[in-house]
Ligand binder design. Sequence first.
Ligand SMILES: Cc1cc2nc3c(=O)[nH]c(=O)nc-3n(C[C@H](O)[C@H](O)[C@H](O)COP(=O)(O)OP(=O)(O)OC[C@H]3O[C@@H](n4cnc5c(N)ncnc54)[C@H](O)[C@@H]3O)c2cc1C
Length: 176
Amino acid sequence: MAPLLYDDNGRAIKLMMNEGYSCHVCVLRPKSTGMVTLKSANAMVAPEIDFNFFSHPADKQILIDGIKVIRKIFATSAFDEHRGEEMHPGVQAQSDEDIFIKSKELLGTVFHPVGTCKMGNDDNAVVNHQLQVYGIENLRVVDASIMPTLISGNTNAPTMAIAEKAADMILSSAQL
Ligand SMILES: Cc1cc2nc3c(=O)[nH]c(=O)nc-3n(C[C@H](O)[C@H](O)[C@H](O)COP(=O)(O)OP(=O)(O)OC[C@H]3O[C@@H](n4cnc5c(N)ncnc54)[C@H](O)[C@@H]3O)c2cc1C
């Protein structure tokens, strides 16, 4: 919830000059998963990143339900003296499908992709509990990519915690 008209991670300056308030729905623990694939054997060529958003139907429903909850909250009497016309997704969007289509026009990512080298012991795991890459000696991955699933909070501090822990693991296994 923001006590201003907030969009595009604060870059919508003109919008913010107007009076209003806004609320964002976040699909905090998405079930959809994407993929990073190599496009070339040349390490300098950027990989292909496919977020694959909304490939799992539960994520779509959470977004739609979230918007409906926001509408309920904004319809309460506490907002009577403040309420203007709904700007987005807009009152015309009432069916689940219309809400979803309109919502997608202003979709953002919150910049927390993780898990492309997940830690674990199943077929999709890339590193073990010591962050060592399976099948390759003397190689560890130490970054947000080792998180098995996306966490609910911001990812920066946990990534630093992963790095601190990895430093301890490397030091304790090193022949000093
Ligand atoms: C716009 C934006 C806003 C964000 N806001 C927040 C926030 O408010 N709070 C929060 O907690 N998190 C936030 N995050 C997420 C957070 O920044 C990441 O979760 C975190 O930085 C992940 O750390 P990392 O070490 O995995 O990757 P990175 O921090 O991306 O580190 C990867 C490093 O590898 C280097 N690198 C890449 N390729 C090579 C190569 N070939 N050789 C050598 N080095 C290479 C890069 O230069 C980079 O320094 C934000 C992210 C973005 C993009």
